[in-house]
Design a protein around this ligand. Sequence first.
Ligand code: ZN
Length: 394
Amino acid sequence: MYTYLQERGYYENLYDKMTVADARRGQYYYDDFVARLAKKVRQLDPPDDLSRPGNALLMNMAYMQFLGYELLSRYEQREQTIGEWMERDRARDQRISNTELKHESPCQHCGKLGIKCSYKILMRRDQNEELVLLLFRCNNCHKNSAYWEDGAPYEVNHDNESENCEIPTKSNLPKKKTSKKHDIKDIDDPYYWNIDPEHDPDYAKDRYKFCFYDEHWLKQLRDVRDGLEKMSKLGRYFAERDQQKDMIRAVEQIKKLSVVELMNALTPVIEAKHYAKVNFSAPQTGRNLTMEFSCIDTQPDRQAYQSTRDLKRIVDEEMLLTNWRLMSDGIHYRLGVLSGRLKAIENPDEIRKLAEKLLQSGKIRLPKETETKKSNKNDSAYTEIAPDGTIIHL
Ligand SMILES: [Zn+2]
């Protein structure tokens, strides 16, 4: 029988080899990044230095992005992944051991029954899921036959003239898949992916580092990760706080007009556009306070459509930054008399929504905070999240 399950050390070596390969690729990009950054800061006027805290923090972030997060994650998942690999192989062995053909099958060469199963293996049929392939030896003609576990005969490759090698045998069985990853395009050098632990001069050293045999190094990298996480939380906190502040300031810009204030605000602007006898009815109380208004167009040659549109625009513009809105039934026109209804928004949530909409559409413009305030905020964020412990030279 083909046996999948190996000693634990086999999986550990495989896992670590993949870790080293990942780490070398990440390190390659990180080194490249640092080289370019160093060149850039040297060209500044005055020239800058990578060891300055701001640059060191940038390098820490880059290191984590290129390989740090991946290494910590691989370290933390090592036991579980190896356990899953072993469990998968144990299940494969169990499946192979439990699989028999339901019906006795004839020799694929002489057609006689009585062939003996000599070998079993898991293989893919037509790129589909893995099936057990059973190999048989004929006592009559001494040739090999092969059947899939569901009874289908193994498709013989007729391009191959040699009689026996068309059926898998122990010697020509497909090799186990290796962990080669060819996905990296920029690095052709097998040093980065086709690692040979036996002959690779740097392997032991790299494994020691990247698989965290040095626990002090592990702790340092975890501190960096925690520091960056804290910084990002703090960044989110400031962003949300700024957003909330903006909302409060936007709501403050919406004037809450009483009925009399509304009348006093609207009447002169309507009259200024050649409407007369602006009149308001008694307010109606319901879910919202509503109030009808009317006026007379004093320009006889202004058409109904134009007159209605003008009045609507005047009212909408004047009410834009207040808690009053023209109701959706709009403005009515009859023989030069125009009327409409206004609605008050009193609920704080609705006013907030109104403010949000106006802010998003750019109709409310918030005065900019002074530069001093902003730089103070950044300073406090920086000192809070970048104590010496979080910046290390990687
Ligand atoms: Zn036979």
